[in-house]
Design a protein around this ligand. Structure first.
Ligand SMILES: *[C@@H]1O[C@H](CO)[C@@H](O)[C@H](O)[C@H]1NC(C)=O
Ligand SMILES: *[C@@H]1O[C@H](CO)[C@@H](O)[C@H](O)[C@H]1NC(C)=O
Ligand SMILES: *[C@@H]1O[C@H](CO)[C@@H](O)[C@H](O)[C@H]1NC(C)=O
Ligand SMILES: *[C@@H]1O[C@H](CO)[C@@H](O)[C@H](O)[C@H]1NC(C)=O
Length: 563
């Protein structure tokens, strides 16, 4: 309902040309909303939005392996340590090392709670003792030396520490470091982080009020975004990913870090705040500018990420993304799968959109920029920049073109390039999903998390199977069949009570899926063929993981040798 055609008074052609930067919701549509209702209903009837899973599996304790510890909540960060056969899980006040093959087996744990003094300080600042003034473990990464880097909200005073695993025990080293800008203060604020070559890249708010969002790389060469609404405007950070773009690069390009988030849009002229989804990226070798943009990214560029749902005009909002790469192919063939939910509470549609890395890369490396322009006295409108773009290209990594000009480091970039990027970090063009439409959209429980796993089915085809976590604690398993049909194989209830799935991980080593929520961690196999008891059911589920074994008279999973 939020989406009805905005331009009731506009001609059809005007609608087409102006759709990009017009506020998608005019008050007119509110007035006519009721009149247009039957149209909206017609749009969705018989659509894939109503697709039901082949199988709905209610909660049974034998569906999954569950780990939970009495009195411990918020199992929302995870680190796969396939080298140690461990799943390291961060919860509220504690870190757990679980057996990767069977998460019900706890190997070790380390408590990290806040002191009485920290709690009273937190309370004094007006925070809730029972919810806010605890240590929520939010950042968990592996370092090159095999140790781990852990950060927690620490009663609204984030701190980080090193953690090792030796002799079967987790040890927090108590070399406490300031967690500001690395980990959120507020446990209910979203954040993202990734560690690359011992450098932590984090996207979070760096102050108590949560009003100073940054994308930051921590010391030794610490660098971050400007605190300006044109860079980040009330963002919700979602996820980060790494791309090895220097590999076999013809133009001597650098590796990049991508950040997925949503934020208030600057580019729409609206009566109300409108949120859009974004992807931003920075270069690994960025050291900031010499005078302009000192200790600030010179390579921060962002673009809108669209996931258009037919019949809906308000942009959908990204909640999670998953980088899927075929290790035998070029990085440009990687695909990002992302889950989206609606801007307005009225609607219960969620969607998955998939983006080609090559399309994302092209917008940043060749696209036009947007620029703020004053209209009348105080009103700023963001329009396409049509002037001369300085060289080196603003926001580009140091590449052969720059090197030819004698520029080997971002510190040597000319002021003209730096001033341009400081004022215009937004690309004009939006990034569109593959084929321009969602891979999957569906009514019901809101999508929260996604992972993707490729599997070769009996027909010889390789399928990318999506596992989607929801805010009701279910896991959807879906893929696109070779005839183009989207098939939801099953929806499994992971937890005994409906709980949002807060994190999903997949281990290549064990071939298992791990999901975390407020109440615990579960492990589930992607296959679960035994749920089909008859040959007919086994075949009609079209599950690419499964096949009917006529010798055994069972629906079995097609692990390598059996096929
Ligand atoms: C799981 O438990 C249910 C009920 O307790 C039982 O009917 C079902 O056969 C079990 N499934 C497996 C795979 O053991
Ligand atoms: C983890 O569990 C598996 C299977 O139960 C077992 O073989 C393995 O020894 C366990 N690993 C550790 C480190 O305890
Ligand atoms: C698992 O395999 C996929 C595909 O080969 C690869 O992209 C991914 O990085 C691997 N994940 C890990 C944690 O090694
Ligand atoms: C850039 O690097 C090249 C080769 O490493 C060197 O010859 C040149 O002097 C450097 N230029 C600057 C401005 O540092």
């Amino acid at each position: 309902m939020d989406a009805l055609l905005s331009g009731a008074s506009e001609g059809a052609s005007a609608l087409q040309t102006s759709s990009r930067h017009r506020c998608p919701l005019l008050s007119l549509s509110l007035v006519f909303g009721l009149l247009l209702l039957p149209v909206a209903l017609m749009l969705v009837e018989d659509s894939p939005l109503e697709s039901v899973p082949h199988r709905s599996v209610s909660y049974q304790s034998n569906n999954t392996l569950l780990f939970r510890e009495e009195g411990v909540f918020d199992y929302s960060s995870m680190l796969l340590r396939e080298d140690l056969d461990l799943l390291v899980v961060g919860a509220r006040g504690e870190v757990f090392a679980l057996n990767l093959t069977d998460v019900t087996k706890k190997i070790s744990s380390a408590k990290w709670e806040v002191s009485k003094q920290q709690v009273s300080e937190c309370k004094r600042k007006g925070k809730n003792e029972e919810t806010d003034c605890k240590n929520y473990i939010r950042v968990l990464h592996k370092r090159e030396d095999g140790r781990m880097y852990v950060c927690g909200t620490n009663a609204f005073d984030p701190e980080c520490d090193y953690m090792s695993f030796s002799d079967g025990k987790l040890n927090l080293e108590k070399k406490v470091e300031d967690g500001k800008g690395k980990c959120p203060f507020d446990p209910f604020q979203r954040h993202a982080s990734i560690m690359i070559e011992n450098d932590l890249y984090s996207a979070t708010s760096m102050n108590f009020l949560g009003s100073e969002p940054v994308l930051m790389r921590s010391a030794p060469s610490s660098i971050r975004t400007e605190i300006k609404s044109s860079w980040l405007y009330d963002p919700n950070f979602v996820s980060m990913a790494w791309m090895p773009e220097s590999e076999q690069s013809e133009d001597g390009d650098d590796d990049k870090v991508y950040l997925f988030f949503s934020e208030t849009a600057v580019e729409y002229d609206c009566y109300r705040k409108l949120v859009v989804s974004r992807v931003a990226r920075v270069c690994k070798g960025d050291l900031g500018g010499e005078r302009t943009l000192q200790k600030r990214w010179t390579s921060f560029l962002k673009a809108r990420l669209d996931c258009p749902i037919p019949g809906y005009r308000l942009p959908f909002i990204i909640q999670d993304s998953y980088r899927w790469c075929d290790s035998s192919r070029h990085w440009k063939d990687c695909i990002f799968y992302a889950v989206f939910t609606p801007q307005s509470e009225i609607s219960d549609i969620s969607a998955v959109c998939a983006y080609r890395m090559s399309d994302i890369s092209k917008v940043f490396s060749e696209g036009k920029y947007k620029t703020p322009a004053s209209v009348e006295t105080s009103f700023i409108k963001w329009v396409i920049f049509s002037g001369e773009v300085p060289v080196p290209r603003p926001g580009a990594c140091i590449n052969n073109e720059a090197r030819k000009m004698g520029i080997n480091q971002t510190l040597q970039l000319p002021d003209r390039t730096l001033q341009f990027i400081r004022d215009k970090p937004l690309m004009d063009q939006a990034i569109e999903p593959i084929e321009g439409v969602p891979v999957l959209s569906r009514r019901g429980a809101k999508f929260t998390q996604i992972i993707v796993n490729q599997v070769q089915a009996l027909d010889g085809e390789k399928y990318n199977v999506m596992f989607i976590g929801t805010d009701q604690g279910t896991l959807l398993k879906a893929f696109r069949y070779s005839d183009g049909e989207m098939i939801i194989i099953e929806e499994v209830q992971l937890f005994s009570s409906p709980q949002p799935v807060k994190i999903l991980q997949f281990s290549n080593k064990t071939g298992q899926i791990y999901a975390g929520s407020d109440v615990g961690v579960v492990q589930i196999s992607p296959a679960n063929c035994e749920r089909s008891s008859t040959c007919k059911d086994c075949v009609s589920a079209r599950d690419p993981y499964c096949g009917w074994d006529s010798n055994k008279g069972k629906c079995v999973s097609l692990s390598g040798s059996q096929r």
